[in-house]
Design a protein around this ligand. Sequence first.
Ligand SMILES: N[C@@H](CCC(=O)N[C@@H](CS)C(=O)NCC(=O)O)C(=O)O
Length: 292
Amino acid sequence: MTDNTYTPPKIWTWDSESGGRFASINRPIAGATHEKDLPVGKHPLQLYSLATPNGVKVTLMLEELLAAGHTGAEYDAYLIDIMEGDQFGSGFVAANPNSKIPALVDHSTDKPTRVFESGSILFYLAEKFNAFLPTDTVQRTECMSWLFWQMGSTPMLGGGFGHFYAYAPEKYEYPINRYAMEVKRQLDVLDRQLADNQYISGDQYTIADMAIWPWYGALVKNRVYEAAEFLQTHEYKNVMRWTEELGAREPVKRGVMVNRAWGEPSGQLRERHSATDFETRTQDKLEPEEAS
Ligand SMILES: N[C@@H](CCC(=O)N[C@@H](CS)C(=O)NCC(=O)O)C(=O)O
């Protein structure tokens, strides 16, 4: 056990930043900090996001819908820089009172419909286009169970393991042990499920895969938290097989590029307004003044 000298006071107060990578944006109150409208492009669907795993879930879905011929899924994607506090602008808070990416606004409805929480966005799009969600009740229920599994389980991976292993200013054995154990258990849950099924909820590729892949696929490929060796993720052979299979899909390759503002310039499409942007508007192709 780590020597823990902290004794919580009777009442918690917000006196100082707690340190760590997200200290500057963490605060104990909700609501907007400044007035700022959101831009609105020409397509019915407006996405305000960033290519973190939660953001990628939605861009995968939109690119898959377009690849499957659902032209109504054309979208404008605007970058929300969460480290700069864009999620606390009044326009963004109106789209998502929880101030977190991703947020979607559908302008094709009588009054624009706001949708927040990535799982809810996936479900909204699946219902709207009648796609990537089985119609058979048993299969649909299995798909939704896995979608909710992701939404309920991943905070242990991100807010728990990832936070204490990668982002906390000091490393403590107790939380790292606790969350490493839980994340390995979750990987084993997925690995057993994928031993008998091509996709997460059976033989159909669904929104459950699109919710789970951006997190657990990135974890086993060492793209989040640099923890693949620590967690020995190569042992989850079925998860690796499924990760590779989904990663090879063209719409998935496009989805991971949208609203991405780090990594190889050729892999960053910070804003997306048209399918041709993937060829012409990645960071390596923009003029220097546009790229900054
Ligand atoms: N449960 C939410 C989680 C969204 C979330 O945590 N978004 C993070 C980025 S991955 C964020 O916007 N953080 C900004 C903040 O906490 O201020 C969802 O799935 O949509």
